[in-house]
Structures are given as structure tokens and as C-alpha cells.
Design a protein around this ligand. Structure first.
Ligand SMILES: Cc1cc2nc3c(=O)[nH]c(=O)nc-3n(C[C@H](O)[C@H](O)[C@H](O)COP(=O)(O)OP(=O)(O)OC[C@H]3O[C@@H](n4cnc5c(N)ncnc54)[C@H](O)[C@@H]3O)c2cc1C
Length: 551
């Protein structure tokens, strides 16, 4: 850290995005201070879906095993989403292995998704970050000024009432949907706000888990017209969440909601309310993701409905993208164009997520419910079959969204090599692994239970997918050293990689995305310069690399 600075990066907000950013930065040797206004993390019991990509990042950070052990859902519980007329029967459709959360090995990724309360994730990240960085709870961001060298931020110490000033090289607002950092930057959110309002109740229902009539599932989408809702296990000890479908004009009054809970649980169970969370679904994207030395991450720059389970996960993705770029810039190996690519790369990804999450919001339990679904008759059976088909049609992208979760690409970014052929078309459901530059590196399991990702270093990795000459690899390593880039070489003995990546070599970025691929390392110096944000788009266009691709 340079003199006159308290830290390299000041992060406002100890939610999933802020804590992940602190994790990514400290892993790269960057000093971080996190300030959080609350006295503890995990105040809102919101996310449960911890997707495959987030778990892959957790693996990179050395936290995935620990996190998996903290999932409140026993391994034998099927990771399924159930659409049914009741908690205790009347299935109309099942999505098995929803979110790819089944604990089974899959060639497409290194970690399955998990069902873990957001407050557990935040606690794990906080414990980890607290060992590497300063975390100041009960400290509220007030305002900042920035100049050519850094950012000076005023923070209110909520215990003592004093104002503390922190001087940092960069400031990141990971401070949630209302983001005071964004407000001070004067950045507007564009799109549609307040599409619908909801309430989620966290309930203690003693004995419900052990009810033999209950079909275990991650979520029960109940389509009974008397109480359309989503119910599911939140935590150990019979802790459940209850999310009624919204009524016209809002989530419904308390009496209405409690009637619905009683209807769903039946006479056998008492319950107590542990928490009540009122929330609103939006479809909003920030105009810009920062200005000067100040950046935004997570809900501070993208807000959408939680249906599909993407908000926290894509906020963690922001932290990864921004984290390595901030580290590279601070350490001097990132070029002047590198940090600009944060918004260039993430915004189109968020746009896709916004579209998908808004589509998911359009069909909730209430839309599938009808009185005849409850009838014990031929008409009832036909109605259930028809509803099942409608559920499958409209909800598959919500529970099988691997194409969205892993299939996003940074093709077109100035730090990603361009190829003549058009990039693969993304799809929300289907993941089509490809070695096309910009894509997440295609995954493969290697011998000894190793993921190919386990061979990648924290910096750039040159993956040789076929036999390579030691002198080629040595020359590439020497060039990376000359450019000051943290660099590793991986040359596993796995014949499938050549076809999977479509080239003899691939340059893997610190975030496991492909920067470039090719069959020769002749232009490797230019490739590295481009990938770390030194050459501009125009320079890249004129480069030998580009000419060779177009030849
Ligand atoms: C019902 C529901 C269910 C959801 N389920 C999922 C799911 O399954 N999967 C998923 O991925 N996402 C889910 N989400 C979305 C997820 O909860 C959010 O996207 C996520 O919390 C955003 O993380 P963040 O770190 O960007 O912001 P936040 O979690 O909002 O954290 C921001 C932090 O900044 C702090 N802060 C704000 N202002 C200041 C200040 N002035 N000074 C200091 N600190 C400040 C806040 O106190 C807060 O701790 C769900 C959301 C809801 C409403």
C-alpha cells in the first residue's frame, strides 16, 4: 500500500458482493477495509440458491467444502422443486436436480449448487475476510471526495458517534439496492421499478420436517387457489420460509397471510414467526458502474426479481470480475484500459439476468392454480396434467438455467481476443461449453478427482491442451515474467481438452474465462498485452494477432 493511504480498497457494504470482493482482493494481496452499517451480517434471510458458479468461486477461495457442510439440507433430501396442490401430496410437476444442486459429479462444472441461507454464506465470508482484512461493523458511509490519486471517505462510527476519514486508492459501493455511494455519484437506475410487492415470513414449525406425509424438496410451489404460495426449508430445526403469491395491490394483509399459512399447514401444526421481510421486485440497471476511482457492485448496480436465484450470485460474479482487475491495476500489471472493461463485460451479463428474472416473475403459483386442480375426478386429473405441462413450459428456465449461470460470455470485450467466426449464441437453459474467447473455460474432470480448474493459478494460466514443447512453454513464461504478470502453465495429460477448447493453447484469465486461444504462441506477447488491458481495441484490431485470426 502506498504511503498516505489507509488501504488500497475501501468497500462499503458487507453483503455477499462486498465480502466476496474483499475475499478476491485479499487473496491477491490487496489491502482492504470493509465498512458495514449493521452490527452483524446476514440481517435479511433472503437467498438460498447458491449457484454452481458461486460454488466454483468458493472452491477457488478454499471455502466450498466448509460451505457445503453448512447446508441445512441433509444430503439424502432430493434437490427438487415440487409443484403440487398441497404440502402433503397432489404433485403436478417435479423439477429434479433443480439448479444442478444434486450432489453428484457433472462434467460441466467443478461444484454443484447448494441450498444455503444467505446469512450463512455471509457469516462464512465474514469470518474468512476478517482474518485477512479490517471489517468495521456499525460504521456507516457518509460521503466521499475523489482526486487523481485516491478517494477520501467519511464514515460515521455508530457506536461512538465520531466521524472517521479513510483514504483509499479505490472505493467500491457494494451497498445494496439503495446504494448511497451510487446516489452520491449521481448515477440513475434505468428500467422498471416496483413491479410487484411481496412478503416472506420465516417460520418455526415444530415437527413439520418429520411428517411422513411430507415429500422432501427444496421448494414446494403450491397451486391450491385458497393459498397459492412457495414454502420450503430455510434452515435446520424446522425453520421454513413462506412466500404467498402477491394479491392485487400488494402482498396481502397480515390476517390474510396467516389464514393462508394455516390452510397450508393444516390443523396439526402450530407455528411462530421468526422474521418478516417485505420486498419489492424491480427490473433496474445502473446507467454507469462507477466513475473515476469509485465503482459499484452487486445490487448497487443491478436489481431484479429473485425468481431464479440470481441476485446474490451475480453480485458475487461482479466481485470476481472487478476484484482481479483492481488487483492488477494496483499491482501495476493491469493496463490503463483494464478497469473500464468491468462495466463493458458485466452489463450485458446483467441485462440477460434481468430479462430472465423478469420472465420468471411473470408466472407465480397463483397463475397455475384453479379450483378443478383439487377435484378427485377425471376433470381434476386432466386439469393437473395440463397445469403440469404449463409449469414445465414456463418454469424450466427458472430451475434449469445452467446456460445463464455458466454460459455468459465476455466476447467483444477489448481484453478478449476476437475471432472471425461469430460467438456461440447463449441460451438460458442449455449450456454449450465452448473454447471461444470470452466464455468460461470449459470444465473437465482429470485423473485423481482433480478439476481442470484446480490447475489454474490466481493470475493468468496458459493451458496447453495437447502435448507442448518445453521451450514453447518456457518462452511464454519468460514473456509473462517480462510483462510482470502472475502466470502459470498447465499441461495436463487429458486428450479431451484439445476438442473441448478447440485449439492447442488457451490463455485463461484470473476469473477462469478464456482471453485467447490458438495453435501457436508466436504472438503471445501481443496476446498478453491485450488481455491485461494495455492495448486498446483499435490497436488490437491492427495487431498481428487479429490479422492472423482473419487470415
Ligand atoms: C426474497 C428474496 C430471495 C432471494 N433469493 C435469492 C437467491 O436464492 N439467490 C440469489 O442469488 N439471490 C437471491 N436474492 C437476492 C439477494 O438477496 C441480493 O441480490 C443480495 O443480497 C445482494 O447482495 P449485495 O451484497 O449486493 O447487497 P446487500 O445484500 O443489500 O448488502 C449491502 C450491504 O451494504 C450495507 N450498507 C448500505 N448502506 C450502507 C452505508 N451507508 N454504510 C455502510 N453500509 C451500508 C447494508 O447494510 C448491507 O449489509 C433474493 C432476494 C430476495 C428479496
Amino acid at each position: 500500500m502506498a504511503a498516505n493511504f489507509d488501504t488500497d480498497v475501501l468497500v462499503v457494504g458487507a453483503g455477499p458482493a462486498g465480502l466476496s470482493l474483499a475475499t478476491e482482493l485479499t487473496m491477491r494481496g490487496v489491502s482492504v477495509i470493509v465498512v458495514e452499517q449493521n452490527e452483524r451480517v446476514g440481517v435479511q434471510p433472503r437467498a438460498k440458491t447458491t449457484n454452481v458458479r458461486t460454488m466454483e468461486h468458493m472452491r477457488r477461495w478454499g471455502l466450498s467444502k466448509h460451505l457445503r457442510n453448512l447446508s441445512p439440507i441433509p444430503p439424502e433430501v432430493p434437490r427438487r422443486v415440487r409443484f403440487a396442490t398441497s404440502l402433503f401430496g397432489g404433485d403436478i410437476w417435479l423439477f429434479d436436480n433443480s439448479f444442478c444442486a444434486a450432489r453428484q459429479r457433472d462434467d460441466r462444472f467443478s461444484e454443484n449448487a447448494e441450498w444455503i441461507p444467505q446469512y450463512v454464506i455471509e457469516k462464512v465470508l465474514l469470518d474468512h475476510v476478517s482474518r485477512q482484512a479490517t471489517v468495521k461493523l456499525k460504521h456507516r458511509f457518509i460521503d466521499f471526495t475523489q482526486d487523481a490519486d485516491g478517494v477520501t471517505t467519511n464514515i460515521s462510527d455508530l457506536d461512538g458517534g465520531k466521524t472517521v476519514t479513510i483514504r483509499a486508492r479505490y472505493l467500491v459501493g457494494a451497498d445494496g439496492g439503495r446504494s448511497p455511494v451510487r446516489a452520491q455519484l449521481g448515477i440513475a437506475m434505468q428500467g422498471q421499478s416496483s413491479i410487484a410487492s411481496f412478503v416472506t415470513l420465516i417460520l418455526k414449525v415444530p415437527g413439520l420436517n418429520a411428517d411422513p406425509r411430507l415429500e422432501p424438496a427444496l421448494m414446494h410451489w403450491l397451486v391450491d387457489p385458497a393459498a397459492p404460495c412457495i414454502v420450503g426449508p430455510m434452515d435446520r430445526d424446522d425453520t421454513w420460509f413462506f412466500n404467498p403469491s402477491p394479491k392485487a395491490g400488494g402482498p396481502g394483509d397480515d390476517a390474510q397471510v396467516h389464514n393462508e399459512i394455516r390452510h397450508v399447514l393444516g390443523d396439526r401444526y402450530d407455528y411462530t414467526v421468526l422474521a418478516k421481510d417485505l420486498w419489492t421486485a424491480h427490473r433496474l440497471l445502473a446507467d454507469r458502474y462507477g466513475e473515476g476511482r469509485v465503482y459499484l457492485a452487486g445490487d448497487a448496480c443491478h436489481l431484479h426479481s429473485p425468481f431464479g436465484g440470481h441476485g446474490m450470485n451475480f453480485g458475487i460474479g461482479d466481485a470476481v470480475d472487478l476484484g482481479w482487475k483492481l488487483a492488477a491495476t494496483l499491482q501495476g500489471w493491469g493496463g490503463p484500459g483494464l478497469l473500464d472493461t468491468y462495466e463493458i463485460e458485466r452489463k450485458p451479463v446483467h441485462q440477460r439476468v434481468l430479462d430472465s428474472a423478469t420472465e420468471n416473475l411473470a408466472s407465480l403459483s397463483g397463475q397455475f392454480s384453479a379450483p378443478e386442480l383439487l377435484e378427485d375426478s377425471e376433470r381434476g386429473e386432466a386439469a393437473r396434467q395440463q397445469a403440469g405441462r404449463a409449469v414445465e413450459r414456463s418454469k424450466t428456465p427458472e430451475f434449469r438455467s445452467l446456460g445463464l449461470v455458466l454460459g455468459y460470455s465476455y466476447a467483444g470485450s477489448p481484453i478478449v481476443a476476437r475471432e472471425d467466426k461469430a460467438p456461440p449464441q447463449p441460451d438460458v437453459v442449455q449450456l454449450r461449453p465452448s473454447g471461444y474467447p470470452g466464455e468460461r473455460a470449459p470444465h473437465a474432470w482429470l485423473a485423481d478427482d482433480k478439476s481442470v480448474y484446480d490447475l489454474f493459478g490466481h493470475g493468468f494460466t496458459l493451458l496447453a491442451t495437447a502435448e507442448a514443447m518445453p521451450q514453447e512453454l518456457a518462452a511464454a513464461t519468460a514473456e509473462a515474467k517480462r510483462q510482470g504478470i502472475p502466470f502459470a502453465v498447465a499441461n495436463p495429460d487429458e486428450p479431451r481438452l484439445r476438442a473441448l477448447y478447440g485449439a492447442r493453447f488457451a490463455l485463461i484469465r484470473p476469473d477462469q474465462h478464456i482471453a485467447w486461444r490458438g495453435d501457436s504462441l508466436d504472438d503471445f506477447a501481443v496476446v498478453l498485452t491485450m488481455a491485461r488491458g494495455v492495448t486498446t481495441k483499435n490497436e488490437q484490431r491492427a495487431s498481428p494477432l487479429e490479422r492472423r485470426h482473419n487470415a
